[in-house]
Design a protein around this ligand. Structure first.
Ligand SMILES: C[S@@+](CC[C@H](N)C(=O)[O-])C[C@H]1O[C@@H](n2cnc3c(N)ncnc32)[C@H](O)[C@@H]1O
Length: 193
């Protein structure tokens, strides 16, 4: 699986939400996404985990499906009973070319070894005109002095997205309420040409 080995999301699934700001963080993320996504149009939440953000997106009127490679995160998501799920690696999703309306990646690209296959795959499955929103520089938001690889650096993600046919729009952000120091997380917004 294309993911760094410092987290086992199967082991973390039960405690994940409570240790990541819980509902307060998820509501802030969902409200920022709500302002950027067309009402009533399906959204694919890639690396959507327990579905805590997706659940609030559904409540805000966006039919949202979570796709994730961790069976335990998917199990937690299914227990909500509000969000359809797909167990799959995000670099090889079970969708036809150009079949997905909109896609989001919240807190995914900072934990992968190489973001390129994730960007290539989301570009493949998105419809022309579809919107892709991803967090960028997640670790910098938590701690500007961190020394980990910036696999979600904004300039890197912008370049990769341009190369596979996205146009970039204005950035947005959300406050990580419920987390230490209420960090401000950046959202990069791309439209499939
Ligand atoms: C930091 S969590 C974020 C979860 C959710 N987006 C949120 O904001 O609460 C990262 C998630 O990405 C999933 N993930 C990691 N690598 C993946 C891959 N290659 N394909 C699909 N999901 C992956 C993990 O299982 C985990 O659920």
């Amino acid at each position: 699986m294309n993911q760094r080995r410092d987290h086992d999301y199967n082991e973390e699934a039960r405690t994940y939400d409570a240790t990541r700001g819980g509902d307060l963080r998820a509501i802030a993320a969902a409200e920022a996404l709500h302002a950027l996504l067309p009402a009533g149009v399906p959204v694919l939440d890639i690396g959507g985990g327990t579905g805590i953000v997706a659940d609030f997106l559904v409540k805000l009127g966006h039919p949202t499906t979570v796709i994730d490679s961790s069976p335990e995160m998917i199990r937690m998501c299914e227990s909500r009973g509000t969000v359809p799920t797909v167990l799959s690696d995000a670099t090889a999703m079970p969708y036809e070319n150009g079949s997905i309306d909109n896609a989001i990646m919240i807190w995914l690209l900072h934990i992968v070894d190489d973001p390129a296959p994730f960007i290539t795959e989301v570009a493949r499955v998105l419809k022309s005109g579809g919107r892709f929103i991803t967090t960028v520089d997640k670790l910098m938001s938590n701690n500007p002095d961190h020394d980990r690889a910036r696999t979600d650096a904004p300039e890197l993600i912008s370049r990769l997205c341009r190369e596979v046919g996205f146009a970039e729009g204005p950035r947005s952000s959300f406050v990580g309420h419920g987390q230490r120091n209420d960090p401000l997380y950046q959202l990069a917004v791309f439209d499939r040409l």
